[in-house]
Design a binder for this molecule. Structure first.
Ligand code: NAD
Ligand code: IPM
Ligand code: MN
Length: 340
């Protein structure tokens, strides 16, 4: 519930369970936040690889317009080995990120020792933009290009978001991760923009790491990080690593934000549809639950979000790799709600 006085607001959530373990983890996430008292109404959207195999639908413009009417979108995972790579990933997930202008991909991590840091990944440009194509396809002289698109506007808005977030954190520290030593065009634009915006935030300390070195630091010295801002592809790769060092990919949550709230934001785990474990009750639903927590926070339901987050923290023992499945973890989170 939210609102002033006795007024309450029911948040309208569009739910895309998707493929593989997506529906398994999303059903836990919805159960948990409902049990925690979240005032939501949900509408299921049957989208993803399985829907595509049935009738060829990926994400048409009418459905996209329907999605715009919701307060938020909660997504499990999309993509399945039976569909060629990219059809669903680009046609559904990237189409939503780009069309809804979800330019901030927020991916927070908590290390086993309790240190938290957040990666802010640019979410609408870079190598993901779709620039490029084939020449002489299928011939011995075939050429494939896939350019990285970087605009001053796109870099600046996400960097600015990074400074604003860092300003709210304890150490007030922001690291730019890029590859300026090789990507002398896009890296230069990012670094210049970062340094120019930094002048407006004299209270925020800054650092720069090349992405390859950042991979070392993630494993050996992640404490140096508080907030990181980086481009789309580097952010994708770094955040799977972030999951791996933070107790596993099954714990990693993410928010695709439209900070200007001109369209609904989309919340989803960092992980994919995990076809290797789908349908076996093995998926860890915590990442999906924590993604729903990020959703509740963005919708202004801080209290409910905090209760669910605390229940997840209580359920997760970072010290041991839990040899338990989806149901057991779901039960442990529910128990944490009751205890809390
Ligand atoms: P993946 O994240 O699905 O799986 C990688 C590994 O992590 C697998 O071994 C899997 O079993 C494990 N894993 C993932 N989530 C887990 C969980 N909750 N609990 C326990 N183990 C978990 O990555 P992939 O195999 O490269 O991709 C599979 C499909 O998912 C592809 O089609 C890919 O495009 C898609 N994908 C979708 C999204 C999304 O929709 N947001 C994200 C990433 C990948
Ligand atoms: C992620 C996924 C997506 C990405 C794919 C499925 C398009 O890997 O959200 O991290 O690369 O952004
Ligand atoms: Mn990824």
């Amino acid at each position: 519930m939210s609102g002033k006085g006795n007024e309450t607001v029911t948040h309208r959530i569009a739910v895309i369970g998707g493929d593989g373990i997506g529906p398994e983890v999303i059903s836990v996430a919805l159960d948990v936040i409902t049990a925690a008292g979240a005032d939501i109404s949900t509408t299921d959207f049957d989208l993803g690889g399985q829907r595509y195999l049935r009738d060829g639908t990926v994400l048409d413009d009418d459905t996209l317009d329907e999605l715009r009417a919701y307060d938020a979108i909660l997504l499990g995972a999309v993509g399945t080995p039976e569909v060629p790579p990219g059809v669903i990933e680009r046609g559904l997930l990237l189409k939503a990120r780009f069309s809804l202008d979800l330019y901030v991909n927020l991916r927070p991590f908590t290390l086993p020792d309790g240190h938290s840091f957040t990666v802010i990944r640019e979410n609408t440009e870079g190598a993901y933009a779709g620039e490029g194509g084939f020449l002489r396809k299928g011939t011995p002289h075939e050429i494939a290009t896939q350019g990285s698109v970087n605009t001053r506007m796109g870099a600046e808005r996400v960097i600015r978001y990074g400074f604003e977030l860092a300003r709210q954190r304890e150490r007030r520290h922001l690291t730019l991760v890029h590859k300026t030593n090789v990507l002398t065009f896009s890296g230069d634009l990012w670094e210049r923009t970062f340094n120019e915006v930094a002048v407006e935030y004299p209270d925020v300390g800054t650092a720069y790491n090349h992405v390859d070195a950042a991979c070392i630091h993630f494993v050996e010295d992640p404490h140096r990080y508080e907030v990181i801002v980086t481009d789309n592809l580097f952010g994708d790769i770094l955040t799977d690593l972030g999951g791996a060092i933070s107790g596993g990919i099954g714990l990693a949550a993410s928010a695709n934000l439209n900070p200007d709230r001109t369209s609904p934001s989309l919340f989803e785990p960092v992980h994919g549809s995990a076809p290797d474990i789908a349908g076996q009750g093995l998926a860890n639903p915590t990442a999906a639950v924590l993604s729903a927590v990020l959703m509740l926070e963005f919708l202004g339901e801080a209290e409910c979000a905090a209760r669910v987050r605390a229940a997840c923290e209580a359920a997760v023992s970072h010290d041991e790799v839990p040899d338990i499945g989806t149901d057991e973890i779901a039960k442990a989170i529910h128990a944490g709600l009751t205890d809390g």
